[in-house]
Design a protein around this ligand. Structure first.
Ligand code: NAP
Length: 317
């Protein structure tokens, strides 16, 4: 029986990792969240993990307040410690115990300015997901500017920089490790006290109160369904794939607007979605205009609309 430690076990992703792994009788699962430990206390972290001696560690803890850390120096320091330094400490602990470390990162490590056209080819799309563009959503066009696992990261926000630092610390200090990048996570709201709802739940709440909702037609990327990500993470480890960076996200690149339209269609709600440019929702941190993650090392996940349908059925719409 393998001993598995899940850090951030009450978060949106962490709770799904617990669910997926607990069903497998080959694993003994230990889940820690804020109530069990403050992972920023590195000494306590080291002592307690050493005592437990897990075979596999999944790290779903992160600082995710993208705008707060852009606005405040104090928040930025917290983000640097949690997203940047802590994964390195964890990597050192995992290495010493010969444990596999699975760590999560983000499409926000990219700047969204990937050269759009391969030599001699112009697919006709600028890749920005401009409202009304005839190429928008065409998978073959999106492929030209999707980010591969080995593309050079160039974050444009403080959050992105801290996550990139975390990736580098893990790669530097861990032995057996996987760094999994995802984007636009959705699923059941986190169980933790300050647990956030995903975009789709926020939209559904708004859609119940109003006939019309506004959604930004920008920031083209992929949605990632937390249960699909949890299952895929387990498979990556069990199949003993090579160490390194993996992109894991559901098929179907979409802007927030595209996602909202798909949501109300699947939920069979007549809520009208108005497309608005990103400038109408000014936020402190810059986001990549397009950060579609190309999944090249594992087989493609199902389309996000199929995953969304399952989520809405389970949620009771
Ligand atoms: N959400 C997205 O759209 C998205 C997109 C791209 C990448 N990611 C990445 O995916 C991973 C999982 O994200 P998520 O959305 O599932 O995160 P989440 O819901 O915020 O879960 C993180 C969990 O870690 C806990 N935690 C935070 N600080 C802690 C500390 N110092 N000690 C112990 N526990 C602590 C949180 O508790 P509290 O709630 O009490 O703080 C929460 O339960 C992260 O690496 C994230 O960067 C997420």
């Amino acid at each position: 029986m393998k001993k598995v430690l899940i850090l951030g076990s009450k978060g949106m992703l962490g709770q799904e990792l617990v669910y997926v792994l607990e069903k497998d009788e080959n694993y003994e699962i230990i889940g820690w969240d804020r109530e069990e430990i403050n992972v920023m206390n590195f000494e306590e972290l080291r002592n307690r993990i050493n005592d437990m001696w897990p075979d596999i560690i999944y790290n779903a803890v992160a600082y995710n307040a993208v705008d707060a850390c852009e606005e405040s120096e104090e928040e930025y320091q917290k983000a640097k410690k949690l997203n940047g330094e802590y994964p390195g400490e964890l990597a050192k602990i995992a290495k010493k115990l010969d444990a596999i470390l699975v760590h999560y990162s983000t499409d926000y490590v990219f700047d969204g300015k990937r050269p759009k056209y391969p030599e001699g080819k112009n697919p006709g799309c600028c890749g920005s997901g401009c409202p009304g563009c005839m190429y928008k959503g065409a998978e073959e066009t999106l492929d030209y500017y999707a980010y591969h696992e080995d593309d050079v990261p160039r974050p444009i926000s403080r959050y992105g920089r801290t996550k990139l630092q975390g990736e580098r610390e893990v790669a530097k200090h861990a032995k057996d490790h996987y760094i999994i990048r995802l984007s636009k996570l959705f699923g059941k709201p986190a169980k933790s006290e300050s647990g956030k709802k995903s975009f789709f739940d926020i939209m559904l709440d708004l859609g119940v109160k109003s006939d019309t909702v506004k959604a930004v037609d920008g920031e083209m990327s992929k949605f990632t369904y937390a249960p699909d990500l949890a299952r895929t993470s387990k498979e990556i480890v069990e199949n003993k794939l090579s160490n390194g960076i993996y992109h894991v996200a559901n098929e179907g690149a979409a802007t927030w607007y595209d996602g909202a339209v798909a949501l109300f269609k699947i939920a069979k709600l007549s809520t009208e979605v108005t497309s608005v440019p990103p400038e109408e929702f000014p936020r402190a941190a810059d986001r990549p205009t397009s950060s579609v993650l190309k999944v090249t090392k594992i087989k493609n996940l199902r389309h996000y609309t199929d995953a969304l349908e399952e989520y809405l059925t389970q949620r009771g719409k």
